[in-house]
Design a protein around this ligand. Structure first.
Ligand code: ZN
Length: 280
């Protein structure tokens, strides 16, 4: 398990621009082995997703940075397992925070605020390498993946995870946007996915294909469920559509089911009448 030792900078991928993963000290059911932070570059550095507030982890970052310059802290989004460690690191290094502002009424860190205004396709330029912002809404509306252009490595945050699938929580999370953002990645030439949780992924296109297929299979099950049950509410429908899911995960499945229904509503396939969903 030395590859997944918390706090230890570990080289990932076969790249010219050095990329080190520093695993967080926060393993758990929602975070897998913990949150991956990534330190990018040789001299002018970026650190992606510092994770939760954690003094020991902060010390690990400082020792990995050494006497070099941390120029930017890149945030994929501001969930508690990704961004709160940024403030302390910024204070200590003077690095600029990159990311999209947190929308109202989401479960994200309200204290997070980027330095300057960033948008899709903007480039963080460190001379020795460039990192492009790829807006990938779905998990949350302000989610960003970062593309290390020289190495065709995409840091996927919670948009693509290794060994599990993203949670899509409406109303800020959006299944239609999520699928659109996955399809956008299919048009890019990507060599590696470096996810927010789990190990490096070396077959991005295969991964995208199976992720999209997985969601569309579930969508087909939603439609089949409504055909069978007629008009019904989410708590009835969930039992049919997620018959393959462990009981304790049903509350999460309900939220994802709602995300599917909202997407199907957007596509004109279902309607909501008196709290019950039915096919058009
Ligand atoms: Zn998240």
């Amino acid at each position: 398990m030395s590859e997944f030792e918390p706090g230890v900078a570990t080289v990932v991928g076969d790249t010219q621009v050095p990329v080190n993963r520093i695993l967080g000290r926060n393993p758990g059911p929602m975070t897998g082995p913990g949150t991956n932070s990534y330190l990018i570059g040789s001299n002018r550095l970026c650190l992606l997703d510092p994770g939760p507030k954690d003094e020991a982890q902060f010390e690990s970052f400082i020792s990995a940075i050494g006497d070099r310059q941390l120029e930017f802290i890149l945030l994929t989004h501001a969930h508690g397992d990704h961004s709160p460690g940024a403030a302390r690191l910024k204070e200590a290094t003077g690095a600029k925070l990159v990311g999209l502002p947190v929308p109202q009424s989401t479960g994200q860190d309200k204290n997070f605020s980027p330095d300057g205004e960033w948008k899709d396709n903007d480039v963080v330029d460190c001379d020795e390498y460039r990192v492009r912002l790829i807006h990938t809404p779905g998990h949350v509306s302000n989610h960003i993946c970062y593309f290390l252009e020289e190495e065709q490595m995409l840091f996927t945050g919670d948009h693509v995870l290794q060994g599990t699938t993203s949670v899509i929580l409406p109303p800020d999370g959006n299944m239609g946007d999520y699928l659109d953002a996955l399809r956008r990645l299919q048009t890019m030439d990507i060599r590696y996915f470096a996810p927010g949780h789990g190990g490096l992924m070396e077959d991005p296109q295969g991964e995208l294909e199976s992720l999209i297929a997985h969601r569309l299979r579930r969508e087909a099950k939603v439609i089949a469920g409504l055909e069978k049950l007629g008009s019904c509410d989410v708590s009835v429908l969930v039992i049919d559509v997620y018959d393959d899911v462990a009981k304790h995960l049903i509350p999460w499945a309900k939220k994802t089911l709602l995300a599917h229904l909202i997407k199907l509503q957007r596509d004109g396939r279902v309607v909501l009448l008196n709290d019950c969903w039915e096919l058009v």
